[in-house]
Ligand binder design. Structure first.
Ligand code: SAM
Length: 234
């Protein structure tokens, strides 16, 4: 799914590192699963959490309720749904809201002036292609701070990055890094995608991000936008 801050193009690099020492029956947990562009490439016990309610309602409907989403939504319908969200089912609002510029929540109707691109068809195909790969994933919709983490889990965090577009509810980065530290000390294997981390974390992988997505790089020049993976200690 096209999603702001999607890790789709880094999955090939990141997953072999994150899953290297995975044991049989070891849970893989993503507290910030978003567009599911990493977890759809992982097998075994998987938990996908994200606090975005409409987004998770959409995944629930697609994966477990056999929902067939619309293949076309007109600009008028898009606007009506955007402005009257409580009149529509949450899963539909989620599906429509994320087919916007840059995969960003209701950031504007995507339209191709020459009419060549079928954005709704692309959205439909991208998402429905993911659904079979997500069968069996346990879904959860809460703040990462409220998660019950199974013993000895692998936790992959792809949080809203510091110095990027503010999320609806804001995000406290100090609290987040503290939580990662606590989870590591509790015996989980914790991996974090970010551009930078506090000193007691170690960078174990980096790559030029060259992103144009505002989510991760709004205030950074492309030169500074190195996509990195961190672990605590090291
Ligand atoms: C960078 S995106 C994740 C993208 C995902 N890895 C992908 O490849 O599609 C960050 C996600 O964190 C979620 N989020 C923000 N604050 C959160 C919180 N406190 N608890 C759980 N999820 C949160 C947002 O809704 C968003 O989906």
């Amino acid at each position: 799914m096209k999603y702001m801050g999607s890790k789709a193009r880094f999955a090939k690099d990141l997953l072999p590192i994150i899953l290297k020492d995975r044991q049989a029956n070891q849970a893989y947990l993503e507290p910030f699963a978003g567009g599911m562009n990493m977890i759809d490439k992982v097998d075994g016990i998987r938990i996908a959490n994200d606090q975005h309610q409409e987004l998770m309602a959409m995944w629930q409907a697609l994966i477990y309720d056999n929902w067939d989403p619309p293949q076309l939504v007109s600009e008028d319908e898009y606007k009506h749904i955007k402005n009257n969200q409580d009149q529509y089912p949450k899963h539909l609002v989620g599906y429509v809201g994320f087919n916007s510029f840059g995969g960003k929540w209701f950031a504007g109707y995507r339209r191709d002036k020459e009419g060549k691109r079928d954005y709704w068809g692309e959205h439909y195909r991208n998402i429905t292609k993911q659904v079979p790969k997500l069968e069996g994933v346990e879904l959860s919709c809460k703040s990462y701070l409220e998660l019950d983490v199974p013993k000895h889990s692998i936790i992959y965090c792809d949080p809203p990055y510091a110095s990027t577009t503010k999320y609806r509810d804001g995000f406290d980065h100090d609290v987040f890094w503290d939580w990662c530290k606590q989870q590591s000390k509790a015996g989980h294997q914790v991996f974090i995608s970010e551009y930078n981390a506090p000193e007691d974390f170690t960078c174990i992988w980096e790559k030029d991000a060259k992103t144009t997505f505002s989510w991760h790089a709004e205030n950074l020049s492309t030169k500074l936008a190195l996509e990195r993976l961190f672990v605590f200690g090291g």
